[in-house]
Design a protein around this ligand. Structure first.
Ligand SMILES: [Zn+2]
Length: 232
């Protein structure tokens, strides 16, 4: 695990359950923003965020959203993710497949959101005190994948979910909505953003030259008509 310093004001929430993604928190403008929820299989966090942004519907990122919403968090997601979570649609997020593959306990189920998420459109920006959160389309790992570019006076950080990992790697799965072409377009979009920091859903943070190096390595593969190398 990299010991790269986090951008100012950011906190990494260690997985509360082994399957959980990394969740990220930023306290800004008098609010606690959290990005991704984990599976919901671990204990509920002591402090409940005011806003919960979801990168995509996969259960290791969104499974815990319903109970955080019940505890008071406002859930914010892309339209596709919001629709699937409102319906508790396990096939759409490939939870049925993942459970059969033994990735989740057999009794694990997706808890649907009781109230629809606030839908954030691609390119939409929301202001929280001095911070701006912009929704970026980063499909490819899944059809609903969004990342969030968070700009503060101190940093430009991309909360990238499962769109790009350390070393310029990606996760393509045998899922209905995981595609090479979309993954490659997403790498190009992230490269155009040139964030100072990339906060991924798994593995080390990428800061400064680590972030630009990850983007360069992924782009080099895309330039050769190939997907980036696998994270796993
Ligand atoms: Zn995922």
């Amino acid at each position: 695990m990299s010991n790269a310093p986090l951008p100012q004001g950011w906190e990494r929430i260690a997985p509360a359950y082994p399957l959980d993604c990394i969740c990220w928190r930023l306290r800004v403008g008098g609010e606690m923003l959290q990005f991704d929820a984990g599976t919901g299989l671990g204990p509920l966090p002591v402090s409940i965020p005011d806003r919960l942004f979801l990168t995509h519907g996969h259960a290791d990122h969104s499974g815990g959203a319903a109970r955080l919403q019940a505890a008071g968090a406002q859930v914010v997601a892309g339209a596709q993710t919001a629709t699937w979570l409102a319906a508790g649609d396990e096939a759409a997020i490939s939870l049925d497949r993942a459970r059969r593959a033994g990735l989740y306990p057999r009794t694990y189920r997706l808890a649907a959101l009781a109230t629809p998420a606030s839908i954030m459109r691609p390119g939409e920006r929301r202001q929280f005190g001095p911070a701006t959160v912009e929704c970026i389309v980063t499909t490819g790992h899944s059809a609903d994948h969004m990342s969030f570019l968070v700009e503060t006076p101190d940093s430009r950080a991309l909360v990238a979910g499962d769109a790009l990992f350390a070393g310029g790697t990606v996760v393509l799965q045998d899922a209905w909505d995981s595609t090479v072409p979309e993954t490659c377009r997403t790498i190009e979009r992230i490269a155009a953003l040139a964030p100072d920091h990339i906060l991924p859903g798994h593995g080390p943070v990428m800061s400064g030259t680590d972030a630009s190096r990850a983007i360069e390595l992924a782009l080099a593969r895309v330039a050769r008509f190939l997907p980036p190398l696998p994270f796993l």
